[in-house]
Design a protein around this ligand. Structure first.
Ligand SMILES: Nc1ncnc2c1ncn2[C@@H]1O[C@H](COP(=O)(O)OP(=O)(O)OP(=O)(O)O)[C@@H](O)[C@H]1O
Ligand SMILES: [Mg+2]
Length: 257
């Protein structure tokens, strides 16, 4: 029998807070599962928003990503089924402490690459939900990743910091992970009625010389409702414009892998 292909590992990162990293991981993950792909989501944020938004109480989690990055547990010990055909490596608030401990370890950038190496045989796609920082866990995510998606609010102000992220990506590619490919910028919370949003969107791709995934994800209140239900918008509002946009973006991501 032919050997199964290894999972693509996609980091979803932007050190700016609140640009829909977590929402995008949950929604793209759900869209991939709808397409029959085997999906693993990894919560790399001490806020544990992804864990919470998938209906899991971070306070009740016993083995989490914390133990994995500290080398105290294997991936299988922390895996949870998050419904919708998705597996999750949950985070807890203690991840901040674990990150501080990891900071002093040699080879820290490679902790996720090596921790996820075996799991790659069991999934088609592994999505990494980064915290809003360029800290060691985000660096480790970029080092483990084969692809990067940068969610960005379609507003001028949120552009600051993207240059810094892309400089970091350049360094990571040079020093740590030649395989890292920027899949694209994902415009989120897009208000197509505003001329300003449209102009920003047109400017994005040329300014950073990167692909811009499409369609842009529309701003809709449905997204705020989904986490409370412990389900992504693909289930809570199946036929909404937001869910449709994430499904289309997911097809584009698959085509780029
Ligand atoms: N398309 C959208 N329309 C409206 N609200 C949205 C949309 N996408 C996300 N949101 C809301 O914006 C807020 C921030 O989203 P999210 O938590 O996904 O961002 P984040 O980048 O992961 O944040 P952090 O940097 O804190 O990790 C949430 O309340 C979410 O429900
Ligand atoms: Mg988040």
């Amino acid at each position: 029998m032919a050997r199964a292909k290894k999972a693509a590992i996609i980091a979803v990162a932007n050190q700016k807070g609140g640009v829909a990293k977590t929402t995008s991981v949950a929604s793209i993950g759900a869209a991939l599962a709808e397409l029959g792909r085997r999906v693993l989501l990894v919560d790399l944020d001490p806020q544990a928003s992804l864990t919470f938004s998938l209906g899991i109480d971070p306070d009740a989690v016993e083995v989490s990503v914390n133990e994995i990055v500290l080398g105290q547990a294997e991936v299988e010990e922390a895996l949870l089924e998050a419904g919708e055909g998705i597996d999750l490596l949950p985070a807890t608030i203690d991840l901040a402490g674990a990150e501080a401990q990891v900071l002093t370890r040699p080879g820290r950038e490679f902790i996720l690459q090596s921790a996820l190496a075996d799991a790659r045989a069991d999934y088609d796609v592994i999505l990494l939900d980064c915290s809003p920082s360029l800290g060691v866990l985000t660096l480790a995510a970029l080092t483990a990743a084969t692809g990067l998606i940068v969610p960005m609010q379609a507003e001028m102000l949120s552009h600051r910091g993207v240059g810094q992220l892309l400089d970091t990506v350049k360094d990571v590619k040079k020093l740590l992970n030649k395989k890292l490919k920027v899949i694209g910028i994902l415009p989120t919370m897009y208000d197509g009625r505003s001329n300003h949003s449209r102009e920003v969107l047109e400017d994005l791709g040329t300014r950073y010389q990167l692909p811009v995934l499409s369609p842009p994800i529309p701003r809709t209140v449905r997204f705020a409702e989904a986490p409370a239900a412990g389900r992504s918008i693909l289930e809570t509002a199946r036929s909404s414009k937001g869910a449709a946009a994430y499904r289309e973006v997911t097809e584009e991501i698959l085509a780029a892998l």
